[in-house]
Design a protein around this ligand. Structure first.
Ligand code: UN1
Length: 513
């Protein structure tokens, strides 16, 4: 196996053979069982991380709650300065971190770099935002009174992230939470724990240099049992969780039962509508990248193409041709387009999906299958597949986290395509390919897409950090990243101040003593 600079990257990031996977590298080491991280790229062990026990977790929460007391009184623009320094460090380590992301979870190195770029971008966004945590002022109905609202930090924010964006999702949450004055406890995916260690090492350097407690950013490791410590913990007012709808429902119920807040980013079943007025070349680029990028393991991955019957064959042939050009292999090798799936369980789910779609009557136009032999020793490399299917098939209604694309045909007006597109349980991302203004506007209108993201002449994946990111229905309803997503990390307070010597009551109530 060629090294592709992995050893050097691990060294740059301070990732060791055995990593003490808890909060502050200084005195809070983990004592739980050891988690092994094997690369889906070559099947080799990359490193090990100790998991967090209940007792370790208590130490982490002590560090976090203490750190909050220091952090919350620091003016927001000064917190922004710390986030700026964090962004600078990420720029320095972009190549190394992008490489680790690629090696630990299997996305292409280009996409690994893209993910780190999203981290840098959200830091820049957060720095500016640190001077814009605005509330409104309003006119009081009483004379000599002033009324306004302000936003205060919430406290300790819990972050649970998934393997597919093992570093960026954390940063969207944490960069905003930090400038808002919160401290964070992060449980990365147990499938990509070294990415968590690398990020913690980067941020720890920044806090140390500024004489700030590392408890502002805490790391815990392990499976759902460790996540559960946070969902049940009343000291954590907000849990932000990214992952499957199944996981999200459990988190939502746990957190709601103690009346905490949750921010959920769950599954998608994203479609591109291709109308008779679509630019076919753009459609192919958008659809193919959307379906096979990150080996179909983005929550924004394109799963369904809803194509008008009049252009169906043309679009199908163009996409099938493009799939024939795809190179599958080591994602660190920039000649390849598609890397491995995360693990063998994911390969099983992929194979199940192919079996199911055929059982339900679908037709595989690109067959798929698992790759064996030299370069594919990990057993996680699969061929992206395409199936002609019907919208109502169970498997088409389901999010399979793999490169399986379903081709669906629609007849008549764009409203029929929109109906098919909306007729699934999930509501994350959606797109229409058309040069027809009427179709595009209809798609964006109240009668249009019901998703959190609706694009015109762009695919479903690759959202920019400046917009609020998230979706409706089983996607969970949360919004992260840009726009006013910061508000979820703060508590809102309405203040009324009387600067007179009288105490008039609101609503004109007379109460003479
Ligand atoms: C995810 O898959 O969890 O829009 C996030 C995109 C990326 C984020 C995906 N910016 O594809």
């Amino acid at each position: 196996i060629t090294d592709f600079g992995i050893e050097k990257a691990l060294k740059t990031l301070g990732v060791k053979d055995i990593n003490e996977g808890t909060s502050t590298g200084l005195n809070n080491f983990s004592n739980g069982e050891v988690l092994e991280s094997c690369s889906p790229v070559d099947g080799l062990l990359i490193g090990r991380v100790k998991t967090t026990t209940k007792k370790d977790y208590e130490n982490v929460m002590d560090a976090a709650t203490k750190a909050f007391k220091t952090w919350r009184v620091m003016p927001a623009p000064q917190r922004g300065e710390i986030v700026r320094q964090f962004g600078e460090k990420l720029r320095e380590k972009k190549e190394a971190l992008g490489k680790l992301v690629s090696y630990e979870m299997g996305k292409s190195f280009q996409e690994g770099l893209g993910e780190v770029q999203e981290m840098i971008d959200i830091c820049d966004f957060a720095v500016g935002l640190s001077r814009q945590l605005h509330g409104l002022t309003m006119h009081s109905e009483r004379p000599g009174h002033r009324m306004y609202e302000q936003y205060h930090p919430l406290g300790v924010v819990g972050i649970i992230s998934a393997f597919n964006f093992p570093v960026a999702v954390w940063s969207w949450n944490t960069a905003l939470a930090w400038i808002c004055g919160d401290v964070c406890v992060w449980k990365p995916s147990e499938k990509a724990p070294l990415c968590g260690i690398a990020c913690q090492n980067i941020v720890a350097e920044v806090f140390a240099k500024n004489n700030l407690p590392e408890g502002i950013s805490c790391l815990i490791n392990g499976d759902y049992r460790v996540g559960e410590m946070m969902t049940k913990d009343v000291r954590i007012p907000l849990v932000s969780a990214t992952g499957s709808t199944r996981m999200g429902k459990i988190v939502a119920q746990e957190v709601a039962s103690r009346l905490g807040k949750s921010l959920l980013e769950l599954g998608g079943n994203n479609a591109i509508i291709v109308t008779p007025d679509a630019d076919i070349k753009m459609t192919v680029i958008g659809a193919v990248f959307g379906a096979v990028g990150t080996a179909g393991q983005r929550c924004t991955s394109t799963r369904r193409l809803i194509i008008h019957e009049s252009v169906y064959d043309k679009v199908k042939n163009a996409i099938v041709d493009a799939y024939k050009q795809l190179r599958i292999g080591n994602p660190l090798d920039e000649n390849n387009h598609v890397g491995p799936l995360i693990d063998k369980d994911a390969v099983k789910m992929y194979l199940n999906a192919l079996e199911n779609v055929v059982e339900e009557g679908g037709n595989l136009v690109i067959e798929g299958g698992v790759l064996n032999g030299e370069g594919y020793e990990s057993g996680c490399y699969v061929k992206p597949a395409i199936a002609e299917a019907q919208p109502h098939y169970k498997i088409v209604q389901h999010e399979t986290f793999a490169p399986v694309l379903y081709l669906l045909k629609y007849k008549g007006g764009v409203e029929n395509a929109i109906e098919i597109q909306n007729n699934v349980a999930q509501g994350l991302s959606s797109a229409i390919m058309t040069n027809n203004l009427r179709e595009a506007e209809r798609f964006l209108s109240v009668q249009g897409s019901d998703c959190g993201i609706a694009n015109v002449n762009i695919g479903t994946s690759g959202a920019e950090i400046g917009g609020a990111f998230g979706g409706e229905k089983e996607t969970g309803g949360g919004r992260e990243s840009g726009s006013d997503a910061w508000k979820v990390y703060m508590r809102r307070q309405t203040n009324t101040i009387n600067y007179t010597t009288e105490l008039p009551l609101a609503q004109g109530i007379k109460f003479d003593l």
